[in-house]
Design a protein around this ligand. Sequence first.
Ligand code: AHR
Length: 663
Amino acid sequence: MGFCGPSSSVLLPALLLLCTLHQTSAFELETNQTVSLLVDASPQSGRVIPEALFGVFFEEINHAGAGGLWAELVSNRGFEAGGPNTPSNIDPWSVIGNESFITTSTDRSSCFERNKISLRMEVICDKDGANTCPDDGVGIYNPGFWGMNIEQGKAYRVVLHVRSSGSVNISVSLTGSDGLQKLASSNIIEEASDISDWKKIELTLESQGTNHNSRLQLTTTKRGIIWFDQVSVMPLDTYKGHGFRKDLFEMLAELKPRFIRFPGGCFVEGEWMRNAFRWRETIGPWEERPGHFGDVWMYWTDDGLGYLEFLQLAEDLGAAPIWVFNNGISHNDQVSTSVVLPFVRDVLDSIEFARGPSNSTWGSVRAAMGHPEPFDLRYVAIGNEDCGKKNYLGNYLKFYSLIKAAYPDIQIISNCDGSSHPLDHPADMYDFHIYTSANNMFSMAHQFDHTSRVGPKAFVSEYAVTGKDAGTGSLLAALAEAGFLIGLETNSDVVEMASYAPLLVNANDRRWNPDAIVFNSWQSFGTPSYWMQQFFKESSGATVFPVKVQSNSATSLIASAIKWQSAEGNDNYLKIKVVNFGSDPLNLSVSVNGLENSINSLRSTKVVLTSANVMDENSFSAPNKVFPEKTRLESAGTDMAMVAPAHSISSFDLSLAPLVSSW
Ligand code: AHR
């Protein structure tokens, strides 16, 4: 693969691999090795990159959605997480008060048909008399997902369903984690006749203080039996009121993703079919959703972030939705092809739900949920990582033929890798996943160089450096991934789409390392791999040009050049990206040939992502340790002398003046 000595051939991507041991002396460090980058920016050399090359992959893993992007603050809001049998575990709910004042249990008396469990709370103390309740009352509390983030001046919508054997006076409050700091409260006072049957109570609490580790308390000082079910606390301040936590939504939006693949990953498959994601169970009023236990990542989701909310997320991000559905195969069991038809019909219904007219059977359900306009669903993936499993091909072909017959325009993605040999079945794209070491990832810039230029294109829907090179998100990992992405840009005639994985991690529940965005109840930061992706957000739909790299000794450098236009169409840029994967800084001599526009050096910039140590990571205490630094590119022109720091990715963004017409 590698070669040594001067190069005169055009390299796509332009990569020089380290193939001799390069002795670094102090003299060399001062002078730096010089590498020439020859960019051919003539119009006839350019090729248009697919419109949706770079996007994001959202999986319900690491509490990415429940306790993450989905802003619901109550965990296990319907008391269903302990299973359908009673008695059941109500975790993370807990009791306030001891057994001489209060006892709790679960029963199956809920008014909701698909989630029958509710909480029964028997209060045996009273306001006065022989067994007087503590002044602050007794009851239950929910700490949310490792603490609720409650902020001063912000409003929270509380909804709960209540029933009682008599009149009630219940305090609904947001407090600190030990209950002592009172942030907001309100009382539910109801006569027995009004609450003898289930009643939905809604109230808004405005917080008088800030505590990132808060809890919801439901307490009383009045004897009686009270049942609770479907208890929700939602901040009013979510993205467009659509329920997405704002800081996390904005971090996603900053990547300008052109697609979003959802909801998994292995989450779609399940360890067992009975625990796989079922779209039908995640639509309709939130109170009526049964929720489910994701047995791959081993946690319960109330499914507030359901199928419609995923489609809404895509729409809000301006990203094409890519619906990955279970194809009758989990990690441990499979539906045989002879009986898979009901699963195919279920998926056809899901497509109608997304894009059918509002008077169609399933389109009308969507309309009733507040979205009469169809969603722009144009891509589906048949399963996740299931190629080669016994029933995959048979099941795949059933799904493929019936979806194509009903929706000929939908692009169908196969789980089988077609990068090295042709697929034995029809597909519009094939899924390609890669988790590997940094060196492997960097050299995989060439993965698609020899892929057949005809046939289905690649969807690299999961890529990341993992293991010791990555830790929980290192600069080294990000640089190797950047090299890989430059290879994908260069090969974007056969690679249609690509996304990093996983996207989000709640630091309290790391199921997978590393991830692009790390958060807790109130903070969030990007790993170097997140910031690396920002270097590629203009690539989708841009024009890529050949870059020739010349050096008189071996080095580890890869480069690409694209021309892109701002969304408003006013600004044009030539963006030259350079990844220096080596441990020595390099002098760059950049020549741009064939460019028709002149360069505006006043508006040209340089962005560099590097750090003192290649294993540096970001953290809550140092969120910007590895962060792209932007400066003016004063030397912008068709011939430039630059430096690519050791272990860095740099972007030279040349602002292009509009072309002057000849008459
Ligand atoms: O991204 C984490 C997991 O890696 C995904 O769920 C799965 O598709 C892959 O194995």
